[in-house]
Design a protein around this ligand. Structure first.
Ligand SMILES: Cc1ncc(COP(=O)(O)O)c(C=O)c1O
Length: 406
């Protein structure tokens, strides 16, 4: 018996499902994840991965930052030592200053550094949700937030029902360049959401993952900023903001943050301590150094590069999509959301798209907590140059025309 078959034999012999927690049993890989594994094949144009382009990482500055940290014995020791759960103080101070520069009254005690904003969502879910509690989100919304909140086995509701639906515990909102739709909430929508949350006593979780990637000017102020302006500071408010360096610097360092009223931060620190003690000291110290050296040119370059790809994708969709197909027109972020004619299924289409046209996307059904709208797709424009985007969308258009003729 070779090693593989012997380990398969062992795996079969134990009923692991019976040993797992109910949460462990609920956590399952999606079929889509399996399909997306096929994308490494040559010749496939993929609009599936919603990730930053590694060619745009500030590699030189990152290398210099690491070198500077290791050249300073005290800093190097701090970078390699255990640290406090709240996060590296100079980084928290710097983030607090950035918020104050936008007119938001807060200080470093309102900030917790997390292992990416994904951990922020996980910790917030753990702090606020009991089984059966209602969490509201847009339909569709970010799959990773649904997964994080699902640890608590909540009930999912539609953000549109905030004012009138069953009383919710949390409202998860992405006002700027949302994943997966690319849409931005207008000022009136933001004000109405805050008023409804206040009236119903709902805690608002604002996900600002893409807010800096704006291509047509600045979006309206964040929910956190609007509420802090109305109430004088972050502390009396009910908005919790999740931020990240993943989209603007690099995701691999895994550094994000939470801004919240102090009593919330104090509790989140305890949960963070239980989860992983603290975010990598090295990553935080390096990031603080990178922020000192990056300058405004970096974000301008990102906006120019991704903005050009957004333009290329919208122009290609205008050229190649058959009648009956509609799509969002994002002002920032990485995604365009495509609605297909009634009756089409994005997941079935993906299979054919990979096999016949060699183009890939994420089927839209994956982004719904309940009752998925299957006749939809998410296209990411972040990873492809304009010529590849044109070719990929042309292939998609051909596929959709042949679908319409089926
Ligand atoms: C909307 C949104 N929120 C949060 C995250 C988590 O990112 P990170 O943990 O790298 O900060 C992502 C990642 O894709 C995202 O799209």
């Amino acid at each position: 018996m070779n090693a593989l078959s012997s380990s398969e034999h062992i795996a079969d012999a134990i009923d692991w499902a019976a040993a797992f927690s109910s949460y462990g049993r609920r956590a399952t890989a999606s079929e889509i994840r399996e399909l997306l594994k096929l994308l490494d094949q040559p010749g496939i144009i993929s609009f599936a991965g919603g990730i930053p382009d590694p060619a745009l990482f500030p590699l030189e500055i990152l290398a210099e930052a690491h070198a500077r940290v290791f050249a300073d014995p005290a800093l190097a020791q701090a970078a390699l030592q255990y640290s406090v759960s709240e996060g590296y103080r100079p980084l928290r101070d710097r983030l607090a200053q950035t918020w104050r520069d936008q007119g938001v009254e807060l200080d470093a005690d309102n900030i917790l550094i997390t292992n990416g904003s994904q951990q922020a969502l996980d910790l917030i879910g753990r702090l606020f949700l009991d089984p059966g509690d209602v969490v509201l989100s847009a339909r569709p919304t970010y799959l990773g937030a649904l997964q994080a909140f699902n640890a608590a086995a909540p009930r999912h509701g539609d953000l549109a029902d905030l004012a009138t639906g069953p009383k919710a515990k949390l409202a998860y909102v992405m006002p700027d360049f949302a994943n997966p739709t690319g849409e931005t909430m207008g000022m009136n929508q933001r004000s109405a959401l805050l008023a409804d949350a206040e009236a119903r006593g709902v805690t608002v979780v604002e996900d600002g993952a893409y807010v800096s990637l704006s291509y047509d000017g600045e979006p309206p102020p964040s929910l956190l900023a609007l509420e802090a302006a109305a109430k004088g500071s972050v502390d009396p408010g009910r908005v919790i903001h999740c931020g990240t360096f993943s989209k603007t610097i690099v995701p691999g360092l895994r550094v994000g943050w939470i801004v919240a009223p102090r009593p919330v931060i104090r509790k989140l620190v305890l949960l963070k301590q239980a989860a992983d003690l603290h975010t990598s000291s090295l990553a935080q110290i390096v990031l603080a150094d990178v922020l000192d050296h990056l300058g405004p040119g970096h974000i301008q370059a990102l906006r120019a590069a991704y903005g050009e790809r957004r333009d290329a994708m919208l122009a290609a969709l205008d050229r190649h999509m058959p009648p009956g197909v509609s799509w969002s027109r994002p002002k920032g972020g990485m995604f365009v959301w495509v609605d297909l004619p009634e009756g089409q299924d994005g997941a079935a289409l993906l299979q054919r798209a990979i096999e016949t046209e060699r183009v890939a996307f994420v089927p839209g059904g994956a982004f719904f907590a309940t009752e998925p709208r299957r006749n939809s797709l998410r296209l990411a424009f972040s990873l492809s140059d304009p010529a590849t985007i044109e070719e990929g969308v042309a292939r998609l258009g051909r596929l959709l025309r042949s679908e319409a003729a089926r």
